[in-house]
Design a protein around this ligand. Structure first.
Ligand SMILES: Cc1cc2nc3c(=O)[nH]c(=O)nc-3n(C[C@H](O)[C@H](O)[C@H](O)COP(=O)(O)OP(=O)(O)OC[C@H]3O[C@@H](n4cnc5c(N)ncnc54)[C@H](O)[C@@H]3O)c2cc1C
Length: 451
């Protein structure tokens, strides 16, 4: 049996990043991927003739972002779309009040100001919180102090709940009070008109990636690691596990010996949320051309509340809405036609008969996918930011972990996956890897495939 230098488990952003960096240094690297494709939670469906990003869409904040540096170095086109982080304002948003009535410019400005002042109180409450406090606890304390009218409090409470659902895929009462501390957006956000999976595909191009290889067991051997799949066993001096937190929590991979507490405890403390996407195409646009988002506040938006205009990607009138947290888990058990009918009914409550019958839709069910078991990680009540980085190991210097859940600075993002893959490669190699040289190497290979 060939003994590789490193076996990387999972060909998502973190896995291909690390594998490419190791291979660039001359290491023999095998990548084992359960699905029939590269990219993991960066998954672009192109069957309709245009890209539909069923997983990640956004770079959240391009200022000072090393991920953005990579996107630029690879010359990947993007579209500015700075509302991917549940902002109340900043870009044109068509808001509807709790009764489903359109809000005018003055009431929209008031709403944005009220959210900003509630957020300032929230920051103070988070700073004053005690271990074990949930995000629900701190938001309620902030709202108690706000002095707003009850109806406005209801709308902001709903807004906070939805923000947690969209950013973490979790119920607000399950998220730690510090669960959104790392949610800072610096600079604009962008999406990808050619599909976001171009990034991991181009990084992974040319690597030895075995798709349809479901890893079932990772065992320590005297001289390294033996990895078992349904198609056979492979051995290596070290292994890098990049499967999602949901897969680790489900115990789908048998670690022999069992993972030590240094890794197992953070894995069990952190939460894996559910965040699903529903794209719906319409025969005609019934919203303003300049709007980034349509949003229903308070009761009108209890379930379906925000629709993002992503028509620029396909050139056809298309809205993207989300179902996340407990609502997302319930939604993914329903058939497509019921979901679509429900979304359309919610839109007709705001726009009346101008909402035509949809012409196409795409619906995700990430919580049912055995190779992710959820959408992304979050700080469940009682866990800490350190848990993310602790979950990276390594165990005895040979068993490493990477992936969004192992990066405490901005978990749940493509950036986290990229940076954690970079960190793992540096740990395995024992020296630094320059990111500019990494990007230049990808370009050079594309221009001269013989190298
Ligand atoms: C709906 C949705 C929307 C998102 N939106 C954004 C966004 O807009 N911006 C953003 O920055 N982030 C977003 N994210 C998060 C982002 O997609 C992830 O953080 C990132 O892609 C994770 O990369 P990763 O390498 O950690 O994991 P993954 O991409 O999940 O890669 C892990 C790989 O392991 C494989 N695997 C699993 N089990 C096994 C096994 N037993 N054997 C072998 N292989 C296995 C999987 O198939 C997968 O390919 C979104 C995620 C979802 C689900």
């Amino acid at each position: 049996m060939t003994t590789y230098d490193t076996i990387v488990i999972g060909a998502g952003m973190s896995g291909v990043t690390a594998a490419r960096m190791l291979a660039d240094e001359g290491a023999s690297v095998l990548v084992l991927e359960a699905r029939d494709r590269v990219g993991g939670r960066m998954n672009t469906d192109r069957t309709a003739g245009f890209p539909v990003d069923l997983g990640a869409s956004w770079v959240h904040g391009i200022a000072g972002s090393r991920l953005w540096d990579l996107v630029q170095a690879l010359d990947i086109p993007t579209i500015e779309y700075t509302v991917g982080s549940f902002q109340a304002g900043g870009r044109p948003i068509e808001n509807f009040d709790g009764e489903g009535r359109p809000m005018d410019a003055a009431s929209t400005t008031q709403w944005v100001d009220d959210v900003a002042s509630a957020d300032r109180l929230l920051v103070e409450e988070i700073a004053a919180s005690s271990p074990g406090d949930t995000y629900l606890d701190v938001t309620e304390r902030a709202l108690d102090r706000s002095g707003f009218a009850p109806e406005r409090i209801d709308e902001i409470r709903e807004f906070f709940r939805h923000r947690v659902e969209e950013q973490c895929g979790a119920w607000i009462g399950d998220l730690d009070a510090h669960g959104l501390d790392e949610d800072a957006i610096d600079g604009d956000e962008v999406i990808f008109p050619r599909g976001y999976d171009e990034l991991p595909r181009r990084i992974g191009h040319g690597l030895d990636i075995r798709v349809n290889s479901v890893v079932t067991r990772v065992a320590r051997a005297d001289d390294g690691i033996v990895v078992s799949t349904e198609n056979g066993e492979f051995s290596a001096r070290s292994a890098l596990v990049t499967v999602p937190l949901g897969v680790l929590k489900a115990g789908s991979i048998d670690f022999v010996p069992p993972l030590p507490d240094t890794v197992a405890a953070p894995v069990s403390r952190l939460g894996m949320g559910v965040f699903n996407k529903i794209f719906i195409q319409f025969p005609e646009r019934f919203w303003n051309e300049s709007s980034y988002v349509l949003r229903a506040l308070g009761e009108a938006g209890e379930h379906w509340h925000s629709w993002y205009d992503v028509s620029a990607v396909s050139g056809l009138p298309t809205l993207l809405t989300f179902a996340a947290g407990p609502f997302g888990r319930r939604m993914q058990d329903l058939p497509d036609d019921e979901i679509v009918a429900d979304v359309v009914a919610a839109l007709r409550a705001l726009y009346g008969d101008s909402v035509g019958a949809p012409t196409a839709h795409w619906i995700t069910r990430w919580g049912h996918d055995p190779f992710s078991n959820g959408s992304y990680s979050h700080l469940a009540a009682g866990s800490s930011h350190h848990d993310h980085d602790e979950a990276a190991g390594p165990v005895d210097g040979v068993l490493h972990f990477a992936g969004e859940a192992t990066w405490g600075d901005e978990p749940a993002t493509v950036g986290a996956a990229y940076y954690s893959g970079h960190r793992a490669a540096e740990r395995i190699l024992g020296h630094e890897v320059d990111l500019a040289a990494f990007a230049a190497g990808i370009r050079a290979r594309e221009q001269n495939p013989e190298n």
